[in-house]
Design a protein around this ligand. Structure first.
Ligand SMILES: [Zn+2]
Length: 114
């Protein structure tokens, strides 16, 4: 097992054993505990991809997450449209009241009363 130098995003640099396929080619940063995926030099790209490819469950979870995100955005849009419609309806009601009041006042307009 060869040792490798790892640079973590937290700024820590550490030396660790080369990761294996069992750990999904991940090493753990001793400072922040983050898991970092590394392709050891002796491992082919194909082997690395096979070990790190998302599982069927992960893919399903990703698809559900994507679907939930899309439907969430759609509901937001529907809600916004409904808000606009309610706003328009409220304005419409006010316009009708205004119109009735104007029509009523028309009756009181006659010569000598203007
Ligand atoms: Zn770290």
């Amino acid at each position: 097992m060869a040792s490798i130098n790892v640079n973590c995003a937290c700024g820590n640099q550490f030396v660790t054993e080369e990761p294996t396929a069992d750990s999904g080619f991940t090493v753990e940063c001793p400072t922040c505990g983050a898991r970092i995926r590394i392709k050891p030099p002796g491992i082919s790209h194909k082997q690395f991809k096979a070990a790190t490819a998302p599982s069927a469950e992960e893919r399903i979870a990703n698809r559900i997450r994507k679907y939930e995100t899309i439907s969430g955005i759609l509901w937001l849009i529907i809600g916004a449209v409904q808000l606009v419609l309610v706003w328009t309806a409220a304005a419409g009601v006010w316009n009708i009241i205004n119109a009735i009041m104007r029509l009523r006042s028309v009756k009181s307009i006659y010569a000598g009363n203007v």
